[in-house]
Design a protein around this ligand. Structure first.
Ligand SMILES: [Zn+2]
Length: 292
C-alpha cells in the first residue's frame, strides 16, 4: 500500500521523467525498465510502477506485454491533435487574460533571460526544456494552475514529436517570439499577444510536417516509384509546364513559405522513423539517458 510520502516520491519521479522528455533527453520509444529505474532512483519497483502509471494516465508513456514500459511515439495525427489542443488552451488563456501583475511580468522576463543564457551557453537540454516550459510558465502567470499541468503534458507530447528537430537558430527565433509575446502583454495588447502566439505555435508546428512525412503510408510506394534518373529530365520539364502537379514535398515547402520565416532545411536531419529506430536501438541501456 502507498503512503503519503511514497505518493510524493512517485510524483517526483514522474516529474523527473517529464522534465527529461522536455529536455529531449528521453527519445520517443525509449524503453523504461522498471528495475533499472528502481536502481537509478534507489526506490522500490512498486513506486516506479506508480510513477509510470501516472505518466500513462497523462499520455506520456505506454506499456505493452512485449516491450514493457516505453515513452510514447506520437503519430503525425496525434502530433497534429496535440498542437491543436495547445492552440485552443494557449490562445483561449490569452483571450481571457487579466492584466499581468508586476510579479508575473518579472517571472516571465526572468524565464526569458534563462532561455537566452541556455541558448548562448549552447546547453541543448536546458534550452529545449526552457523553451517548452515558457508556455507552462506563461499559463501559471496568467493565473491558471489547473491548465498548466495539462499544458505541460501536451508540451511533452509535442516535444516528443519535434524531437531533435530544433536547430540553434530556430531556438533563437522561438525565444525572440517569447520576448514579443511578453512585450505585448506588458503593453496590455492582448489581441497582439494572441496573434503572436498563434504565429509562434504555427511556425513550431510547420517545421514538424516536413519530417513527419516519412510516416505517410504511401511513402514506401512513392519512393519505389521515383522515376529512374534517365527519365528525370523529361519529367521535370513536364512538371514545370503543369503547375497543378504538386508533390507532397512541394506542398509542404509551399506551406512553410506561408510562415514569416523560411522553413529550415530538413534533408540532413533524422526523420521520425529513423529516430524511433535509433531510440529502440539505444533502449538496451535505458538508464543511460537518465544519467545526463
Ligand atoms: Zn514557445
Amino acid at each position: 500500500m502507498t503512503t503519503d510520502s511514497s505518493n510524493k516520491t512517485s510524483l517526483q519521479i514522474a516529474t523527473r521523467i517529464t522534465e527529461s522528455i522536455l529536455a529531449k533527453q528521453l527519445a520517443p520509444g525509449t524503453r523504461l525498465g522498471e528495475q533499472q529505474l528502481a536502481d537509478l532512483f534507489g526506490v522500490s519497483r512498486t513506486l516506479i510502477r506508480e510513477a509510470l502509471m501516472r505518466l500513462a494516465a497523462r499520455g506520456i508513456v505506454q506499456v505493452s506485454a512485449r516491450r514493457g514500459w516505453y515513452v510514447i511515439e506520437p503519430t503525425a495525427a496525434e502530433a497534429r491533435e496535440a498542437f491543436e489542443a495547445r492552440r485552443v488552451i494557449e490562445l483561449g488563456l490569452l483571450r481571457h487574460a487579466r492584466p499581468l501583475t508586476k510579479a508575473a511580468l518579472d517571472k516571465l522576463h526572468d524565464h526569458i533571460a534563462q532561455e537566452q543564457s541556455a541558448i548562448s551557453g549552447d546547453d541543448v537540454g536546458a534550452r529545449s526544456y526552457l523553451l517548452g516550459d515558457f508556455h507552462v510558465c506563461l499559463c501559471e502567470c496568467l493565473g491558471n494552475n489547473l491548465l498548466s499541468d495539462t499544458l505541460r503534458d501536451l508540451t511533452a507530447r509535442t516535444t516528443l514529436t519535434a524531437m531533435l528537430r530544433q536547430s540553434s537558430s530556430q531556438a533563437v527565433d522561438s525565444c525572440e517570439d517569447h520576448v514579443h509575446i511578453v512585450d505585448a502583454l506588458e503593453r496590455g495588447d492582448i489581441d497582439e499577444a494572441e496573434r503572436l502566439m498563434l504565429d509562434h505555435l504555427q511556425i513550431v508546428e510547420s517545421t514538424l510536417y516536413d519530417e513527419v512525412q516519412p510516416n505517410d503510408p504511401l511513402n514506401a510506394l512513392r519512393t519505389a516509384l521515383t522515376p529512374v534518373s534517365a527519365a528525370k529530365g523529361r519529367r521535370a520539364a513536364t512538371q514545370s509546364s503543369n503547375p497543378s502537379v504538386t508533390t507532397p514535398a512541394r506542398k509542404s515547402a509551399m506551406k512553410s513559405a506561408v510562415g514569416k520565416r523560411a522553413a529550415p532545411k530538413t534533408s540532413s536531419k533524422p526523420t521520425l522513423s529513423s529516430l524511433s529506430t535509433q531510440s529502440r536501438a539505444s533502449s538496451n541501456s535505458p538508464g543511460k539517458e537518465m544519467e545526463k
